[in-house]
Ligand binder design. Sequence first.
Ligand code: CO
Length: 429
Amino acid sequence: METGSNSLPSPSCGDAAKRRVCYFYEPEVGNYYYGQGHPMKPHRIRMTHALLSNYGLLDSLEVIRPVPARERDLCRFHSDDYVAFLRGVTPETQHDHPKALRRYNVCDDCPVFEGLYAFCQTYAGASVGAAVKLNHGAHDIAINWAGGLHHAKRSGASGFCYVNDIVLAILELLKWHERVLYVDIDIHHGDGVEEAFYTTDRVMTASFHKFGDYFPGTGHRHDIGYGKGKYYAVNVPLQEGIDDESYHSLFKPIIGKVMEVFRPGAVVLQCGADSLSGDRLGCFNLSIKGHAECVRYMRSFNVPLMVLGGGGYTLRNVARCWCYETGVALGVEVDDKVPEHDYSGYFAPDYTLHVAPSNMENKNSRQSLDDIRTEILENLSRLQHAPSVQFQERPPDLMLDEVDENQEDGDERYSPNSDEEMDGPSPSS
Ligand code: CO
């Protein structure tokens, strides 16, 4: 593995060069509905797709319809009982299983809705498919705006996330790459991904998030990993109102240092758009260009890159952001004038792609930013020598297009009678 050069990745190499980009999109994804009043709206993925289509960006990338992840694919990270529960539960039957709903935290923020399991299979299948594409080397960048659901845990839902597609995708990348870097620019801490890889030195996680009296409450700067994973978790706690300049005074030096010392074979970038100015749930003040600068910066290292969605609750700005960032991935500057299309009404009255940040106060002082940067760079300098991993035989690729064996062995394996722990509903099919 990686027998080639020992040279460090450099942001200067081939910035202007084109990249081969694939983009995963399931036309049905926009129809899933969390319920009335719920801020998470899969419709934003369809709005993003419509922008890409009407800007003509789809002609420059390979559009791939994802193959749904199977039960056993999801069980590579999640527990069997949790996945069986997700597969079986329906809006009609959910109240027969109050204990299971509570145990798996499928309630309140993470409701049961029509097609929930198929929704999970779709977005997870796309992220794992993106990993397979990157592993095969035919594409430099793989995009899945429906993915990035970073809060999901091994045995439970959290923060609008049921299945952690990011962990599943990273596990697939680890078949081919000694080291994988995860970078998270959602306003919320990427807790589910951090937890999954907290004790390993093969995955470094770096999360930039609002910290202090804010969901999910984790991501303290002193949480740095444990055991072999010590110094392989990076947490950058920020305060409300952070602007582009403050953000990049941390993002670039920290991620630049991470790339230098960790030398990942692949990078996964979670592009949660709730860190944008004016988000319905967020409180940062990033412009779309400031947010997209993270994509531009990661792309500049010329390492296989997976780009995922995540949070984002002001729909028009989510679609704007992810469309612009698809352009960045392609090396195309997208025009500010939004083309006329089915969802144009969302972009009234200006019909522009970019929106000005607000005049809100930036609660991140220069001193606090300097302190955080200094401490994190110090931690990273302890990793000057990237670990060498002795590689065993490579496991076979996940073949998402082979026959769905759930139909053959799934029902028996997950029947309630075979698992005394389980009190969820039995699979419906
Ligand atoms: Co978020």
